[in-house]
Design a protein around this ligand. Sequence first.
Ligand code: ZN
Length: 196
Amino acid sequence: MITQKWLIPATEGLGFKLDKDQVVRITDVEGEQVADFIAYRADESGERLDPSVTIDALRSLNIKPGDTIYSQTYKPLLTVVSDTVGKHDLINSSCRSEMYEALYNKQNHASCYHNLNTALAAFGIAAPDQHYALNLFMNTVISPTGSTSVERPLSKPGDYIEFRAEEDLIVAISACPCSESACNGYSCGPIEIEII
Ligand SMILES: [Zn+2]
């Protein structure tokens, strides 16, 4: 049963409450669209989702159904319920306007950093100095030498990933506004959110 549903327009963001044991489904509506996903505990402890800790605890650079997503103090915050894509990024920080200036010579570009800050502000959560998100559907390829390249996402229209909350959470998601690279297949699309 779907209890809440939103469509995040291309290049925008959304924040919402996700109660313990609720499941959120994040759908790539048109395909090849990255969604930056962050979560904070709703108890104002400052505890938040941490991709680096999750990599350490899982001993994996990727996530799959059954995996736990951890906070910076190694507490379970979410569990992956299902995933129709199987390729996500846990290593790249969220895009921000300074990145577009430094790497693409573009000024005042929309960014996941700004989208996530705006979404969190509605819940009274102060902006951190950077966001380290689960970059859902992002296809970062790591070579044996350690060099990385961001390729087109493997997600097709309607592909999704689902997480169950293990604590009461505030979640924020950004439909990544980068159209300059293969990250979002060179054009930005919407992301659908359902709480089920
Ligand atoms: Zn982004």
